[in-house]
Write a new protein. Structure first.
Length: 171
């Protein structure tokens, strides 16, 4: 498996994997596909954190997208989307994408990455409840599902409410 940055030539395959991973029979176009397009089109997506997983045959089997949010005046990254094609799940693809995204964020000297997701899953990658860092999500009901992973450039003074980029307002 190869984890690499998404190029414009990959977008059709990335959309297909995102749709397959998020498949809901009632949705013509899953909201995850529209969200990814809006994040990329609006300049909120971080190209260095827009990653895909490619199998040995060159087939795109997973996708991760990091985008900008903010805590006060500090820009902070979040894992906006993570998806693995159903035929390729339980093979380490998602984990490889999360590790690569965190490594890329750290190499960019970003202080932290946030995610809204399963604490058991993301806890494997060093994410902890955001309240451990003095950071809260936009919805109090998120509880421990709203998590933070501190990176090398983390500064304890970064505290407050994390604000997602505008396209999340339409999800």
């Amino acid at each position: 498996m190869l984890i690499r940055r998404v190029t414009p030539a990959d977008l059709t395959a990335v959309r297909a994997v995102t749709a397959a991973a998020a498949y809901k029979p009632q949705d013509e176009v899953p909201v995850e596909v529209s969200l990814a397009d809006a994040l990329r089109g609006g300049g909120w997506a971080l190209p260095a954190l827009s990653l895909l997983a490619e199998n040995a045959d060159g087939e795109v089997v997973g996708y991760a997208l990091g985008s900008w949010g903010r805590i006060g005046d500090t820009r902070a990254a979040n894992i906006s989307l993570l998806g693995v094609h159903p035929a390729h799940r339980r093979r380490g693809v998602g984990g490889a994408l999360v590790h690569a995204l965190l490594g890329a964020a750290d190499a960019l000297d970003l202080p932290l990455v946030v995610v809204l997701g399963d604490p058991e899953l993301y806890g494997r990658y060093g994410f902890r409840p955001s309240t451990d860092f003095g950071i809260v999500g936009q919805e109090p009901g998120w509880g421990d599902a709203f998590q933070v992973r501190a990176l090398t450039a983390y500064d304890r003074s970064i505290q407050g409410e994390f604000i997602y980029p505008e396209p999340f307002d339409h999800v």
